[in-house]
Every structure is written in C-alpha cells, then in structure tokens.
Design a protein around this ligand. Sequence first.
Ligand code: GDP
Ligand code: MN
Length: 396
Amino acid sequence: MDLLEYQAKDLFQKVGIPVLPSQRIDHPKDLKGLKIPYPIVLKSQVYAGGRGKAGGVRFVENTIDAVAAAQAIFYLPILGQYPEVLLAEAKYAPDRELYLAVVLDPSLRRPLLLGSREGGMELEATSRQIQQVLVDGEFSPFYARRLALKMGLTGELIESVSAIAEKMYHLFLTYDLDLVEINPLAVNPAGEVMALDGKVTVNDAALGRHPDLVAMQSGDRDSPSPAPAPAGMAHPAPLDKAPGLPNLTPMLFPGNLGILCNGAGLTMATLDLVDQAGGQPAACLNLGGESSYRLPPDTLCDRLEKGLDWILQTQRLRGVLLNLLGGSATCDAVAAAIAHYLKQQRQPLSLPLVVRLGGAHAEAARRRLAALDLPRLVVMESLDEAIAKAIALSQA
Ligand code: GDP
Ligand code: MN
C-alpha cells in the first residue's frame, strides 16, 4: 500500500524528519483560508512520480494565482490519475538536492540504505551514482554515517544527513515498510536539510499490524466512492444506490468472488492481493472506516450486517471473503456481529464464507466464530491464506 506525499510527510514529522509547514487542499476555495505565508508550492497528491515534469508542482505568490493553479492541477491527470487533494507547502530555496531511501534488498531480505548527492528530478540520469549500504547486522548509526561518507558528503552534512537516514531506517522497521524515499532532500545555503518530497510503501502482508496506517489512508476522508480497480481488471461499474445500502457504493467485476472490507486502503490492498493470487472478484464493498464523516452515525456492525445481506444475495458469487480490521470497534465486537447475523439466518449459508480478522482481540474473535461450527464458514488468521482459501473455494 502506497501513501500519498502528505501522508508520508505526516509520518516524517512524527519521527523528527524535517518537513515544511503544509496544508491539505481539498478544494481550490480552501486556499482562501490558507495559514501558510506566500510564496508557496502547490503539489498534486497522486501516487505516480514525475509530478514535477508533468506540471503537477507549481509555485505561486498570491491567492489569485494559487486558486487558478489549484484548478489546473485538479484537472491534470498524471499517468491517468487525477488528484483528490493537493498539498500546499511553504516554498524552500534549495542549494542542492540529495536522494535518500531505505528499501528491502529483495534477494538478501535485509534493509538497504541508498543515497546520492544528485537527487531531484534528474535522478534517473544519475542513478549510476546511487550509493548503497547493506544493513547486514544489528543496526547502529555507523551504517547511516557510512552512507553519508560514500555519498561524498563533507562537513556538517555528514551528521545531518546520516541523522535523517537513521530516522528513515527506524520508520522502515517500525511500520514494516517496503520503501521509504526522500527525493529531494534539499539543502539550503545555511546547510539545513529538508524533506521536500516523500514516498512510503507499506508491506501489504503487514497491514494487519498497522491499523493506524490503514486508517490514515482510508481515514477521515474515507469516501463511499470506489477504490480504483487493480490493473488488468474490468473497470468497476458502481451502482448508484444498492438496495439496503444507503451511502455504501459497491464495485462490480466480471468474476465470482465477493469481498467485504472496512476502509478504502484495506479494500484496495485486498483487491490487489486477490488479483495477484489469481482470484476473480465479482462484487466488492468497502464498509467504510470508523471515522467516516459522510456516513450516518451507524456503527461498523450495522453496516456489516447490511453488507453481508447484500453480498450473500449478489448473483454469480461462488464464495465470499470478509477481510476486516478491528480498531475502536474491536474484532470481538465485529465477530459478535457476524455471529449474530449468521444465527438469525433461517437457512444455512448459501456460499462459502472465509473470514479474516486482524487487529485488537483478533484471537478471541476467531475463537468465537469457530465455535459456531457452521459448515461453509472458514475463519483464518493470515490474509494470504484467507485469500488462497477463498479463491480455491470459489473455483471449486
Ligand atoms: P516528483 O516530481 O513527483 O518527484 O515531485 P517532487 O515533490 O519531488 O517535486 C518536483 C521538484 O520540485 C523537486 O525535485 C524540487 O526540485 C521541486 N520542489 C518541490 N517542492 C519544493 C519546494 O518547496 N521548494 C522548491 N524550491 N522546490 C521544490
Ligand atoms: Mn520527488
């Protein structure tokens, strides 16, 4: 799961990586209440890179120009994607631009620190000069320092840049990341460093351990609009209003597997994983995160019952995968709602139902569901296994 730049920068700020004051812009008119002084930079919040070259990064000096630039950026697709929000940020005058990243070395399964003195938009051309340091033992600041030296940095930059690489490494470990990248890490004439851009990819298999990151993504802007379809799938045909599902918008695909999740990030990640595992989604419903302001004040459990009702009646399905993360509604409460729903049914389950619950009290929740001892109900702990099981059952 990728984070957008402004979400990555929220994480940076938490661990003390320097970022500029910024503000999220949901609509051009938000610029009228801007709290950052001009000049500012307006940046398209899409997952694709190369925004600078595509025209998705603009510098403006006043409100009138800012509103016009924001309108242009909202209507500018970058690699086919339109931004839902922009980031307005204080302008910085860099002297030089560096590149820093931490990735997982795919063959050695160890973290790899990467750095270059020639960061910025021309990085591809200079990628020969990216230096590497493999973290092959217990981490110590020595690894980060070695990177700074290999990058050819001198003077105070050795300390300031290695301190940032060290913080990136801690983020990488704490949040089970596949990638954390800063490009550019700007250096101003006073020698101060600043993360001007940020890219963070969370390992999908570890999402269950980080409900806070999933919530950040689906979070308070969790909207009932569908997540984009993973590559290779037919474009989803959203139903404007499915009966019995006010404010929830299902996505329909040509396959045979039904999917229910809570939160946009989790829904998107689950669809991706099902696709990668060779499954064929037929109907997918995001039940919404818990802090969803657009939904009426019903609870996740209410929405879950409606969602189950809808998905179990959807034509063409051969199986249903329920992938839910407990948060403030604990897994046990969610499991109790599923159990309550299943007990109310007059008929046995018409389809195989694979339930995967992650988060607080998941263990007790799984026991509660397993104790129902229903034929066709499968309760699993690991997401990968749950997906494999649901696909196998729907293709049986
Ligand atoms: P990307 O093209 O998608 O990687 O987007 P970036 O966020 O990296 O922005 C592109 C370029 O714009 C960067 O390489 C910087 O040179 C420049 N840039 C971004 N933010 C700022 C800023 O606050 N001040 C200045 N002067 N330049 C910036
Ligand atoms: Mn960049």
